[in-house]
Design a protein around this ligand. Structure first.
Ligand code: ARG
Ligand code: ASP
Length: 689
């Protein structure tokens, strides 16, 4: 008895039921959190946040493209998201003559708004728990294969009656809590979304990769789009006859500003977290995976940067690619460091010690050992797989060969693939990366996994430089005219091409030597986690468990707050235009602001113009572009990042370090007015008193 009491006390002390501000909650269950939100200052009701019976805040939030969030801010479908979320579209419309990335873009009327092929926004219509329907017919005595097939059949039956491509209705059943629960998500997808405005990158990406994931931050990370619909307000393909979408609900904008301690609430779509994994996985991520991927990406980034600094055209071509390589690279550095600083492996081990003691007498006895054994089996294979994806798969020529081949065999036009590829391809970068990453592959790959094909080939060439010279001289994929001339009858020619040959040889190796084990063990790990998740809920019955992120809509609430990144340093939570001027330097690309901004500042009176702010909302990749909302439900900012020291929040939330970074909505208004001179957009926005 005494043991149990000591155990329970220790649990409470070491593993608080929930760390302050941790959690990304399902809107449909928000009534379970609303009292706590109100206790922290929120003045609206659960129905205001999420409702299927009346328009609620959820109707003003969208999944933007496949990986960001956006918010509707006018009755004519005007939409805010981040500059980095609209980056691909802004870049697609850019050329050396119209460099919208560099100079910004501002439609001065609706006619000037630019359509974007392939871009969609998805409104969540409703979500609901469907666990009982999904598992109908399942008995615990059944095998996993039987369970899978029941889940598949039942899920398909549920979505089948809902999906309606003509009306843009998409539905899916998602497994949450490692498939202990299932939820149905129904979306309406609009597919005519036009670019309305974007600041110059020297504002929208101010600080570039130097400041990315960091505070103090001064990035004006926003872009503006508009959703269009058919005359019936329903989703429609792009047409000049389409009209602005009339939303059920849009955000009122507050210009009242924020101060430390204010309630904030982020409504958006975080992509992926792993909050409930064991110490084995935390150790693998922080000590093996992150460091090896960081080292490999450093090689590529250095090469890209060298060529980008020499030529403006190359800078445009590689800006988007470089930003995405660099983004995860920096995030992983903060994550590995944060996990080490917080001692997450040790604290998870401590937790597991109590869990083991508790499970000794129940059906979960031995579960943690089983999970450990599975990781031990998986890790060498997974390491090799990550080596493959961060080396061979990053060579652009090889992936291009594969994409062309796929298009040809599927009867799709090669021209599309080729145009897109060559627009942003600079062969010297690819050649240099080829040697750098394949050298790393050769020297660092576990010899037990190195494919024989690679060893033989390298031996035959004598060096990677010789291999490179031959590959890029002989492959037809370096030559646009030759690629455009390809037809279905040329498959033989492609099969003999050295770029396709290399792509395919490695792919076959991956399929034969790595994938089977990885697939099998990953399935077993997920099964074990289904048990472990359930067990954790039984072990800590008083804890509120939020499901790991999966790109579905969530609510995260907290407050505006600074933090102390290191001894004797405190970061206050609001940055201003003064800080931009302090960083301004025409000789440093990332800090070279537009002359117009210098001029406005010189007029005086703008020192205190707010730019960004920090808060304690639990966010993740995918929350970019999310509305940041105040106690009255008004829009005060646009979420775009987290601080580097807190990126471990995807595995363990640390209230002392985890901060999300938002653009202050007043800086967006300032830039639209003074830089874009696009004040016509203000007429359709609604401002709080
Ligand atoms: N770190 C932010 C996020 O993960 C912003 C990334 C875009 N900016 C950049 N400099 N790469 O998406
Ligand atoms: N910048 C991220 C995004 O694009 C947000 C984050 O990771 O905090 O979603």
């Amino acid at each position: 008895m005494k043991r149990i009491i000591v155990c329970a006390l220790a649990l409470l002390a070491f593993f608080p039921v929930l760390r302050a501000d941790e959690g990304m909650w399902l809107p449909v269950l928000i009534s379970q959190r609303i009292e706590d939100m109100q206790a922290h200052g929120f003045r609206l009701t659960a129905e205001d946040v999420y409702s299927v019976n009346q328009a609620s805040l959820k109707d003003a939030v969208v999944l933007f493209g496949g990986g960001c969030t956006g918010e509707v801010v006018s009755r004519d479908g005007l939409l805010f998201t981040n500059h980095h979320c609209g980056y691909g579209q802004i870049q697609q419309h850019s050329s050396v003559e119209h460099d919208y990335l560099k100079d910004g873009f501002w439609a001065m009327s609706r006619e000037e708004e630019l359509p974007n092929r392939g871009l969609t926004v998805s409104f969540l219509q409703r979500m609901e728990e469907v666990t009982a329907q999904v598992l109908k017919g399942y008995e615990p005595s059944m095998s996993e294969a039987q369970r899978d097939s029941i889940v598949r059949v039942n899920s398909a039956a549920i979505t089948k009656s809902i999906v309606n491509p003509d009306k843009g209705i998409r539905a899916n059943v998602e497994a949450l809590y490692y498939a202990n629960q299932y939820f149905l998500f129904v979306y309406k997808v609009y597919r005519d979304v036009r670019l309305v405005g974007a600041p110059p990158s020297s504002i929208g990406k101010f600080g570039g990769d130097t400041d990315n994931w960091m505070w103090p931050r001064h990035t004006g990370d926003f872009s503006i789009f508009r959703i269009y619909a058919g005359k019936d307000n329903e989703p429609a393909d792009y047409s000049p006859d389409n009209v602005p979408y009339q939303p059920k609900r849009f955000f009122t904008i507050s210009r009242a500003g924020v101060k430390e301690g204010d309630f904030t609430f982020v409504y958006g779509c975080p992509g992926s977290t792993k909050e409930y994994v064991t110490s084995d996985e935390v150790r693998y991520v922080g000590e093996v995976s992150d460091p090896q991927k960081i080292a490999l990406r450093t090689l590529r980034l250095d090469i890209q940067k060298k060529y980008m600094s020499q030529d403006q055209a190359v800078r445009i071509q590689y800006s988007s690619k470089n930003a995405s390589v660099s983004n995860a690279w920096k995030k992983w550095q903060g994550e590995a460091k944060g996990l080490a600083r917080r001692g997450t492996v040790a604290s998870k081990k401590e937790f597991e010690r109590y869990f083991r003691a508790w499970s000794r007498t129940n059906q979960y006895d031995g579960l943690l050992d089983r999970i450990s054994a599975l990781y031990e089996k998986r890790n060498p294979y997974y390491r090799a797989y990550e080596y493959y994806t961060e080396t061979v798969r990053t060579i652009e020529l090889l992936s291009f060969a594969s994409n062309v081949r796929t298009a040809l065999t599927a009867g799709r036009p090669v021209a599309d693939v080729a145009e897109r590829f060559f627009k942003d391809y600079f062969q010297p970068i690819d050649e240099e990366i080829f040697v750098a990453v394949m050298d790393a592959f050769d020297k660092q790959m576990d010899p037990a996994f190195k494919p024989a094909w690679f060893k033989d080939k390298l031996a035959a060439y004598g060096s990677l430089a010789a291999w490179r010279d031959d590959l890029y001289a002989r492959s037809l994929f370096t030559d646009k005219a030759r690629v455009l001339a390809l037809t279905k009858d040329d498959l033989k020619k492609i099969d003999a091409d050295p770029a396709w040959e290399m792509y395919d040889a490695f792919y076959q190796w991956y399929r034969a030597d790595l994938q089977p084990v990885i697939t099998e063990v990953t399935r077993d790990i997920n099964l074990a986690y289904r048990e472990y998740m359930k067990a954790q809920m039984e072990f800590q019955p008083d804890k509120a468990f939020y499901p790991d992120a999966n790109m579905t809509l969530r609510v995260a609430y907290g407050k505006v707050a600074g933090y102390s990144p290191s001894d004797a340093v405190y970061y206050s939570p609001v940055s201003t235009l003064k800080g931009i001027i302090e960083k301004d330097d025409p000789n440093i690309f990332d800090y070279d602001i537009p002359q117009a901004l210098r001029d406005i500042y010189a007029e005086g009176g703008h020192d205190d113009q707010p730019v960004c702010f920090l808060a304690t909302n639990h966010t993740s990749g995918g929350n970019s572009g999310s509305p940041v909302i105040n106690a009255d439900g008004h829009l005060i900012g646009i979420n775009f990042d987290r601080v580097w020291e807190g990126t471990m929040s995807d595995l363990a939330f640390d209230p002392d370090f985890c901060r999300n970074i938002s653009l202050d909505i007043r800086y967006l208004l300032f830039v639209v007015e003074h830089i874009g001179h696009a004040t016509w957009l203000f007429d359709e926005m609604r401002f709080a008193e």
